[in-house]
Design a binder for this molecule. Structure first.
Ligand code: SF4
Length: 400
């Protein structure tokens, strides 16, 4: 399915829900406690930048605003947003998102704006970070109750934990399967499934993932690859690659796409325009709306729900919007050196400061391992796509 087709499908699904009276809470930063909203009887939906939205200079936003949030702002200003019950903005992530939330509250004062503030760091020994986030999630829960008159239901929470975990189990398996043999499922199909779930996290989107997982599992069994897949999945989840077993013969080149809030579908659409390029060369992404959302731990049901959700959110692979550069680079080295990767495409959202600060370190880490890299600045409209495709094509030729 094309990028435009996937977007249409997501929007149509959301429209149906809105028309059926569901209350949708949009969110922009990917690491949110989905279980919390579902436990309150609300539907969390990841709001994305869209191609084809004109998002040039917007006088209300600061000059440092990245192309991603300009696109979101323009969607709302142009009346392209669906009617949402509320919109969640993150605090303490990046200046651009902070600015967007502040301006949104003033400019679109009829919208219900919610905020979840994150701790700056994720790596300390005394649990103060987790407690901070747990308290923020609890305050958000109070706000949801007061605003929508929907209490936090323990039964709903338990069901939500299972639902989200079913999604992650399936998506983690599919991601790991592609590392072992990218032909088991195409990258575009995998990111479409993930997108569907993040747009509407319900039984139907989870069933679709489970069905794909069953098909891939059968194919993997026939090729005797299931053990390899489980070894990769375990290694990514624990960071211990000592037991990774890859097949003796691997199709090359093997490329990883790294970056932050870059749309995985946009990458697929770009790469598919490159002559002689096949999607099976992309073995993994390291993007916020893909890998980093999928490889997040589940909340433990035996813990206090707010502490459990905080732990889960903080277990996601790190984002450049937070401290912990050395931790992230070590994780990146682990992936690159143990999964037989030859090339790394580092995508930077245009005018995204966190991406631009992080990219040189990623490049250096990859270079030390002999992995070739290319840095690609992108905006949500892919406005410079011809030049970018040519650069990526030349890069792939160097790998061959
Ligand atoms: S793309 Fe970068 S600058 Fe823009 S919202 Fe995301 S982290 Fe912030």
């Amino acid at each position: 399915m094309s990028y435009e087709g996937v977007i249409e499908q997501s929007v149509a699904g959301l429209k149906e829900l809105v028309e059926a009276g569901e209350e949708i809470i949009g969110y922009i930063y990917p690491h949110v406690p989905l279980e919390l909203f579902i436990a309150h009887g609300l539907t969390p939906s990841l709001i994305r930048a869209l191609p084809g939205v004109s998002s040039g200079f917007e006088e209300s936003l600061q000059t440092f605003a990245c192309s991603y949030i300009r696109n979101l702002y323009s969607q709302r200003a142009n009346g392209q947003f669906l009617t949402l019950a509320g919109l969640l903005f993150p605090g303490n992530t990046c200046d651009a998102l902070q600015n967007l939330g502040d301006v949104w509250r003033i400019r679109f004062h009829d919208d219900r704006v919610l905020r979840l503030t994150y701790p700056v760091t994720r790596y300390n020994q005394d649990e103060s970070t987790t407690k901070f986030l747990a308290e923020e999630i609890r305050r958000l829960s109070d706000k949801l109750f007061k605003t929508y008159n929907r209490p936090f239901l323990t039964e709903g929470y338990d069901g939500a934990v299972d639902l989200v975990q079913d999604f992650r189990n399936g998506a983690q398996f599919l991601y790991s399967a592609r590392v072992v043999n990218p032909r088991l499922i195409s990258y575009s199909e995998l990111v479409r499934l993930v997108r569907n779930f993040l747009t509407i996290p319900n039984l139907s989107s989870v069933s679709e993932i489970k069905e794909s997982m069953a098909v891939v599992q059968t194919a993997a069994d026939e090729l005797s690859l299931t053990e390899n897949i489980e070894s990769v999945k375990g290694a990514i989840l624990t960071g211990d690659y000592s037991r990774v077993k890859l097949p003796d013969t691997l199709e090359t080149p093997r490329i990883v796409i790294a970056g932050g809030m870059v749309e995985p579908q946009a990458i697929v659409s770009l790469m598919n325009e490159i002559p002689d390029f096949t999607e099976s060369s992309i073995v993994l992404d390291f993007l916020s709306f893909g890998f980093k959302t999928v490889f997040t731990g589940a909340p433990s049901k035996s813990d206090n729900p707010f502490m459990a959700m905080a732990k889960s959110v903080l277990s996601a692979p790190g984002e450049p919007t937070h401290e912990g550069l050395s931790f992230r680079m070590n994780a990146m080295r682990g992936l690159l050196s143990n999964l037989s990767i030859q090339g790394l495409i580092v995508c930077e959202q245009s005018f995204c400061d966190p991406d631009q600060f992080e990219a040189p370190s990623i490049e250096k880490a990859a270079c030390e391992l002999g992995v070739k890299t290319i840095r690609v600045p992108l905006d949500s409209e892919l406005s410079d796509r011809g030049r970018i495709e040519t650069r990526i094509q030349s890069f792939i030729e160097t790998l061959e």
